[in-house]
Design a protein around this ligand. Structure first.
Ligand SMILES: C[S@@+](CC[C@H](N)C(=O)[O-])C[C@H]1O[C@@H](n2cnc3c(N)ncnc32)[C@H](O)[C@@H]1O
Length: 286
């Protein structure tokens, strides 16, 4: 049994165990996609132990309370979820979870959308194609880091200018008009292509059944943390958050209950570390 928590490691255990070793106010940012609504079945395999734990029976309320305790003042949790539909009835668990986070003390700072190509209509083709997940941005107080990404092309970009305006009494008033840059801040709907060749830049990731895109993790890391900060994924799967944290010069911690997925994540971490070394070597050579 480990007593201390070290950075830049993925722990093969339930996230509640990992968090129990974290002090209060420890994490700058958490990004995670939990195993929601039995939409996928994951095997639980902890080194040497087969657990009873399966799918959605994860202890959401305990996890939410622990996340609040271990998040720093101003820290952020990105909770990425969707709902299952049974007989034309969506579970609504995503909303329940968001509201429970608020009960724990988090602010629901923003409800963002992760949009992706349609994956199949729910309920005998009687609904529109399902093509998004929620990304709840939860903050402990006001987020201490907000680096909004400004890559949305402004259709009407223009330089600012000065001019005059005639007042009712005939006098001329000098006025200056602000400009719009070529790029503005994004909307809170983020769209990504998913699947082979899109979600991840290495082959190992696709051995996990439910990865989110590397770019999505990277965009959140850039938005809500700074270099050297500590980023956690309590259900890290194939290690996407760890890989992107390394590339973005952040520290990471991961928890993953399934040993096979931990091993995939470790391979991806090695790739990220290698990429970093090459980048540093190239920078020194210039
Ligand atoms: C949706 S997947 C995450 C995928 C990840 N975002 C990626 O890009 O690879 C959810 C993961 O949570 C793991 N998991 C489920 N319950 C857990 C728990 N209590 N503690 C740690 N990991 C857990 C599952 O084994 C699964 O790999």
């Amino acid at each position: 049994m480990r007593n201390q928590i070290e950075k830049n490691i993925i722990y093969n255990e339930c996230c509640l165990q990992t968090m129990s070793r974290m002090p209060n106010n420890f994490l700058d940012l958490t990004i995670t996609s939990p195993p929601y609504d039995d939409l996928r079945t994951y095997n639980n395999h902890i080194r040497g132990i087969k657990s009873e734990f399966n799918g959605f029976s994860f202890q959401f309320e305990k996890i939410a309370k622990e996340l609040y305790r271990v998040t720093k003042e101003g820290g952020v949790v990105i909770w990425i979820v969707s709902d299952a539909t049974t007989s034309g009835n969506e579970t609504g668990n995503s909303f329940r979870q968001a509201l429970f986070f608020k009960e724990c003390g988090f602010n629901l700072f923003d409800t963002m959308i992760y949009s992706k190509p349609p994956r199949g209509a729910v309920g005998n083709n009687t609904t529109y194609w399902q093509s998004f997940e929620y990304m709840f941005v939860l903050s402990k107080g006001r987020p201490k880091t907000i680096n909004l990404i400004t890559d949305r092309e402004n259709k009407e970009s223009r330089k600012g200018d000065n001019g005059t305006k005639r007042l009712q009494n005939g006098e001329l008033l000098n006025v200056s008009r602000g400009g719009y840059g070529e790029f503005g801040r994004r909307t809170n709907i983020w769209e990504y292509n998913v699947g082979k060749g899109h979600s991840a830049s290495d082959e190992y990731a696709y051995q996990h059944p439910a990865i989110f895109p590397e770019k999505l993790a990277r965009d959140h890391i850039e938005s809500w943390s700074n270099q050297g900060d500590l980023v956690y994924d309590p259900m890290i799967g194939s290690g996407t958050v760890a890989k992107m944290a390394i590339i973005e010069n952040r520290n990471f911690i991961g928890s993953e209950i399934n040993l096979d997925y931990c091993q995939i994540a470790e391979k991806r971490i090695s790739i990220a570390n290698l990429l970093k070394e090459i980048e540093e070597y190239a920078a020194e050579a210039i």
